[in-house]
Design a protein around this ligand. Structure first.
Ligand SMILES: C[S@@+](CC[C@H](N)C(=O)[O-])C[C@H]1O[C@@H](n2cnc3c(N)ncnc32)[C@H](O)[C@@H]1O
Length: 264
């Protein structure tokens, strides 16, 4: 078990609860500890560690990178000013966003009995500020590469990148976390179709290894659950089009919490 994940469990639990209960109403989702991002992050970590311990390479692709040094209530939330990055005060980090980028990379870095040169963790975003913030947080971890995307779709952009293992890599883990819920129209016109396009590319271009896993954030986020009048959005958040599509393509949900983990 990762010491980092164990230490961060309390923050991951609180951050997940805040994301499920923000706005005061939890309908249709009710937070329980077993829904915490801790469990889905741990599944990802365990999946990678198993391969690393048998001497295999691992690759992780995160769509939508971490974008704040501090959580909402603290001064400096969303600011790119370096004075707000405090690697030691974990309690002030942006836990309601999950901060997968720093959490997973720190957990892997501090796992001692693996070869870190076998890890490639690519995180990609269209916001230069998010990329800068994420780069600052992870710059001491050699296996993390933060990319700014030039096109409007982060995943499409990965095809023009010079990755070490070729132009069409297959990833062990793909984390789908681009964009946020603003309102129902934005979800219908923008976020839902974006996630669907990402899922279609994963399938059509075979971007996942045969036993690879897809981690999907915010499936049970309170914002769409409490404000959307459409049941599919209320139930599946920003992945209301991508999850049904992935199921049609033979993916199974192997963990259902605040986040979903899917695999073939
Ligand atoms: C919820 S945050 C990602 C959080 C991050 N995965 C973490 O764990 O901390 C969403 C990010 O998606 C980015 N984004 C939104 N739409 C995008 C698009 N079409 N292509 C690339 N990035 C996008 C935003 O700039 C933002 O940084």
């Amino acid at each position: 078990m990762s010491k980092v994940l164990e230490e961060f469990k309390v923050f991951l639990d609180e951050g997940t609860q805040a994301s499920m209960e923000g706005g005061g109403k939890t309908y249709p989702h009710v937070y329980t500890e077993s829904q915490s991002r801790f469990y889905s992050f741990k599944m990802v970590y365990d999946h990678l560690i198993k391969k690393l311990k048998s001497g295999e390479r691992v690759s992780i692709l995160e769509l939508g990178t971490s974008r704040s040094f501090k959580a909402g209530p603290h001064e400096g939330c969303g600011s790119t000013d370096l004075k707000y990055w405090d690697p030691n005060h974990h309690e002030e980090w942006d836990w309601s966003a999950g901060i997968f980028t720093i959490t997973l990379s720190k957990a892997l870095q501090e796992t001692v009995d693996i070869d870190h040169s076998l890890i490639e963790f690519v995180t990609i975003d269209w916001s230069r500020d998010s990329c800068y913030i994420s780069w600052v947080m992870t710059r001491s971890y050699e296996f993390v590469k933060v990319f700014h995307c030039e096109s409007e779709d982060a995943l499409r952009d990965t095809f023009i990148r010079p990755f070490s293992w070729g132009p069409s890599p297959a990833w062990d883990v793909i984390y789908m976390d681009t964009a946020d819920f603003k309102d129902e129209q934005h979800m219908l016109d923008n976020v839902g179709p974006l996630h669907l396009r990402e899922a279609q590319l994963i399938v059509e271009k075979n971007l996942l290894t045969s036993k690879g896993i897809i981690l999907i954030d915010d499936v049970k986020n309170s914002a769409p659950s409490t404000t959307s009048t459409l049941p599919n959005i209320a139930g599946l958040g920003k992945s209301f089009l991508s999850i049904p599509y992935l199921k049609e393509q033979g993916f199974k949900t192997i963990y259902e919490g605040y986040q979903f983990v899917m695999s073939r």
